[in-house]
Design a protein around this ligand. Structure first.
Ligand SMILES: *Cc1c(COP(=O)(O)O)cnc(C)c1O
Length: 223
């Protein structure tokens, strides 16, 4: 795998306004360093244990994004360094992120994860749950988190029409929340959608951040 070449190809393909999160789960420090040396600084992991093993071994200017399901009791392990958590799906989790961010005197950016796929296995909120969360009086007290937008994962399928519909749903959720809760908040601006198999569709439907593993690092051989 020529990781530098893969990144160069993607950077030609992906418009400059769309951020690329290099999802490095299961890949080695050496592979991550290849991307880093090619000038890429933004990486994502989906498991707390793996992330906290890797992070201390890698350069301090890497911007780490957490993209997997996160349990409240594990927030404390990543709060000292994580830049953005893409997978916020409850007020309880948000409270814990705020608490641990405060303990570390930091600000942690968050995205609300929405369930847009037809598969039941995927995590995430629906619009009503998000409205409940955003209407909570607690939220105004949380000074160490910043809700920057939404994230979603499409169904794992070759049916790109279905994927497109799901991304359109996420975009419409973003628009509705923008109008109802974030009209004057410029930082609510991110739509994290698109992976190796569907980032092109994601970008066509308004993605501002794509989370790409395989197209950068190659196939994953372990879970
Ligand atoms: C693994 C993963 C990705 C990247 O997947 P690829 O298909 O390898 O690009 C993106 N988002 C999340 C949440 C992931 O867990």
């Amino acid at each position: 795998m020529d990781i530098a070449a893969n990144l160069a190809t993607l950077k030609v393909d992906i418009p400059a306004h769309v951020g690329i999160i290099a999802v490095s789960k299961t890949h080695t420090l050496h592979e991550i360093m290849e991307a880093y040396k090619a000038g890429h600084l933004v990486f994502g992991e989906n498991r707390v244990q793996e992330l906290i093993e890797k992070q201390p071994m890698l350069p301090g200017d890497i911007e780490w994004h957490f993209v997997g399901h996160l349990q409240s009791n594990k927030v404390k392990f990543i709060a000292p360094f994580v830049a953005m958590i893409h997978s916020v799906d409850s007020l309880k989790l948000l409270r814990e992120i705020n608490r641990e961010a405060l303990n570390n005197d930091r600000m942690i950016k968050c995205l609300l994860q929405f369930h847009i796929a037809t598969e039941e296995t995927k995590y995430g909120l629906d619009l009503a749950e998000a409205a409940g969360l955003l209407g909570s009086p607690d939220l105004r007290q949380m000074k160490n988190i910043k809700i920057c937008g939404v994230m979603g994962m499409a169904t794992f399928t070759n049916d790109m029409n279905l994927v497109r519909k799901e991304f359109q749903l996420l975009k419409s959720i973003f628009n509705q929340l923008k109008a109802s809760h974030f009209q004057y908040d410029e930082t609510f601006s991110e739509i994290s959608m698109g992976m190796t198999s569907d980032y092109d569709v994601g970008i066509e439907e308004g993605s501002t951040m794509v989370r790409i593993g395989t197209a950068i690092f190659g196939e994953r051989f372990k879970l």
